[in-house]
Design a protein around this ligand. Structure first.
Ligand SMILES: O=C(CO)[C@H](O)[C@H](O)COP(=O)(O)O
Length: 233
């Protein structure tokens, strides 16, 4: 059996072939994106000139440690490519993201990019989104009321789901880089992701959700047979 880390690194290496001198890059978060930043740093040491916007404090620390030049969306509001992982990828390249809790910055950075390339191993491919619990980032104020409103929206969208407040391994509540909390919705199957996405945005207190609709234009999916490049259908 192929080592999952080797597959993630394969996908990351293939994504690097899309990076050209002078590009402004969005740098994703998670174990697959971490491989991309490692490989990018090697190319930077060899002389590649790029600048990156990290999607989390974890990625910022990694990139800084490895010498990848960084900028912000205030200094550089338009990026060429974002390369990021995903928790689920459907055939239309709609995604669930946020397993690592970085969904808000990931979505802002992807939306500011000319294209988003998703890198993943084949286990992330699904026919329909929803088996992976959908992360919903919420403001701490009014948490109980927001949770009830989110539950009503999920039910109306045909995917009633238990909600759980995300906690860290030590039991403390997980707090995002933006200072918010995450409700994970165990939907099982989301019949209409775009509709659910817009309805969730209508709930006061919801800061962002992990449905990435129409943002990714390319997915690089690594399996033991090699890395497959899939364009949006
Ligand atoms: O959305 C994310 C972080 O918020 C990650 O991209 C997603 O969780 C995939 O992570 P990994 O590459 O470790 O499987």
């Amino acid at each position: 059996m192929t080592d999952p880390e080797a597959l993630k690194r394969d996908a990351a290496a293939r994504a690097l072939t899309y990076v050209e001198n002078g590009m402004r890059l969005g740098l994703g978060t998670g174990s697959t994106a971490k491989h991309f930043v490692d490989l990018l740093a090697e190319r930077v040491k060899e002389g590649l000139k790029v600048v990156g916007v990290p999607t989390s404090e974890v990625t910022r620390a990694q990139a800084e440690r490895l010498g990848v030049p960084l900028t912000t969306l205030d200094e550089t509001p338009e990026l060429d490519i974002t390369i990021d992982g995903a928790d689920e990828i459907d055939p239309a390249l709609n995604l669930i993201k946020g397993g690592g809790g970085a969904l808000l910055r990931e979505k802002i950075v992807a939306a500011a990019s000319g294209r988003m390339i998703v890198i993943a191993d084949a286990s992330k491919r699904v026919e329909a989104l929803g088996r992976f619990p959908l992360p919903i980032e919420v403001n701490a104020f009014g948490l109980g009321a927001t949770e009830r409103a989110v539950a009503r929206v999920l039910e109306a969208a045909g995917c009633p789901a238990p909600l759980s407040l995300r906690r860290k391994a030590d039991g403390h509540v997980f707090v995002t880089d933006g200072g918010h909390m995450i409700l994970d919705a165990a939907c099982a199957r989301i019949p209409d992701p775009p509709t659910l996405g817009s309805r969730l945005h209508s709930v006061p207190g919801v800061v962002e959700h992990g449905l990435f609709i129409g943002l990714a234009s390319l997915a690089i999916i690594a399996s033991p047979g090699g890395a497959e490049v899939v364009g949006r259908v």
